[in-house]
Design a protein around this ligand. Structure first.
Ligand code: PLP
Length: 448
């Protein structure tokens, strides 16, 4: 607000008149002013009034290589001048082929095929429609139920949005409810009182097993999971939980879709985290965000040889996967992603691996503060959860304004955080230095 006022150019009023922003409440529609950002450089963004903020959430977990990278701007311009667009229906372009080769080399196991989308929601939507197609072609028309989890966030299209697990994401929006079954969030901080983390993992696996038995494996098409539930509050699951669930999926012919929209491209130190960090070889991986560090809207789905071989051997080789987006395989997006991958491989991944543990360790010192119940995370993603008191560990309510209040204080001190009810989420650009981590933590300490 201050920034917009300081700029004095009426942008706030113009936005209120014409711009519908994501996720307003009904009462805020057309009335909510947001901090007006004019400029970005490295880990910093600058408000229109000239005040500089550390970009704590890296945009929306996406500006992985940092703001204002000339290499990415040049890649975009060069590609647009060479070929700005071609139809992916009847033609193809070189950057999308080159990017597919490089992504396949990084992806676990036999995930050698890529379908490009415009972002994460359309990637999840694509993976689910592919699961439906796959089962139709195999003559398993009943095998379509999708297993998701409380605390999940998978997107804002109809089907991807139907997977979301937080009540406030669902209560006022319609969804494909009959198609989705929600399981517990693997949140160790909120496990039943008196239960060990190991027993909690057993409980989650048993719940999964019972759900499959109750619904019937012949009716379940896919399990969709973020390796770390990001928007749910950076929920890092118990160590053995995901591999055990993956085994049950394999045993029951349920496709495991790993939603790496947040965790891929260096956020936890690897290009893809499913296998390297979490020990899971999924059937599909969805990605977006960090693939272009947010410079261009691009996402995609990695799919396995196994899926394609099954389709080829089916009785319906002519069945058409009638699914495509105008901007699938966009040449400019793929060119940016290639350059972004160069930057990640050229040192930023190594840097993220080395600074990640420092980031986690420094943030955890905030657990000394009476308001802070837990600081958790992995690599360069973390969450500070505020509690009413440390005996009960009940969430601190304050009209669901805790995160926003902390954000307001931190913005005054030079840091943008992502508020989530009683939590603050942090996922800075991967290029953040140790000194800048110290700055972040000092501001958070004062702001909280
Ligand atoms: N999946 C996950 C895990 C996400 O965090 C998000 C967005 O935050 C999405 C999917 C949706 O991606 P997009 O906003 O690019 O459609």
């Amino acid at each position: 607000l201050d920034a917009a006022d300081a700029a004095g150019d009426g942008t706030t009023e113009r936005a209120a008149r014409h711009l519908v922003q994501p996720w307003p409440t009904a009462g805020q529609i057309g009335a909510e002013a947001r901090t007006y950002i004019a400029y970005g450089d490295g880990i910093y963004i600058t408000g229109a009034g000239g005040e500089r903020l550390i970009d704590g959430p890296a945009g929306m977990w996406c500006v992985n290589v940092g703001h204002r990278r000339a290499e990415l701007a040049d890649a975009m311009r060069d590609q647009a001048m060479e070929l700005s667009y071609n139809t992916p229906w009847y033609t193809m372009n070189e950057p999308s082929v080159a990017l597919s080769e490089r992504l396949a080399a990084h992806a676990p196991g036999d995930l050698n095929h890529v379908f490009y989308t415009t972002g994460g929601s359309s990637a999840v939507e694509t993976a689910l429609r592919f699961m439906q197609f796959y089962n139709n072609v195999r003559g398993r028309q009943e095998k379509k139920t999708i297993l998701s989890r409380q605390g999940a966030y998978h997107g804002s299209t109809y089907l991807s949005g139907s997977l979301n697990g937080r009540p406030r994401d669902r209560d006022w929006m319609d969804g494909a409810d009959g198609m989705v079954v929600k399981l517990s969030s693997p949140n160790p901080f909120r496990r039943p009182a008196g239960m060990s983390v190991e027993a909690f993992s057993d409980f989650l696996v048993e719940e999964f097993r019972e759900t499959v038995a109750r619904i019937g494996a012949e009716r379940i098409g896919a399990f969709v999971a973020e390796p770390i539930q990001a928007s749910g509050g950076v929920i890092v699951p118990p160590d053995d939980y995901l591999p055990r669930i993956a085994q049950i999926c394999r045993d029951n012919d349920i496709l495991y879709i790993s939603d790496e929209v947040v965790t891929a491209f260096g956020r936890v130190g690897e290009v893809f985290a499913s296998l390297d960090v979490f020990g899971v070889e999924p059937d599909m991986i969805t990605f977006a965000k960090g693939v272009t560090s947010g410079y261009f809207p691009l996402g995609g789905v990695m799919m396995s040889d196994r899926l394609f071989e099954t389709l080829r051997r089916s009785n319906h080789p002519d069945a058409m996967f009638a699914h495509g987006l105008t901007y699938s395989s966009h040449p400019v997006g793929c060119a940016v992603a290639l350059k972004n991958l160069d930057l990640l491989e050229g040192g930023i991944l190594d840097h993220a691996r080395s600074v990640g543990p420092y980031f986690q360790q420094r943030l955890r010192t905030l657990e000394e503060l009476p308001l802070v119940g837990e600081v958790r995370g992995l690599g360069l993603m973390a969450c500070i959860e505020c509690v009413a008191d440390r005996d009960s560990m009940n969430p601190l309510k304050l009209d669901n304004e805790v995160g926003r209040r902390i954000d307001r204080h931190c913005q005054e001190l030079g840091l943008l955080v992502r508020p989530l009810i009683n939590m603050c989420v942090m996922s800075p650009p991967l290029v953040i230095s140790r000194e800048q981590v110290d700055d972040m933590v000092a501001i958070l300490r004062e702001g909280i």
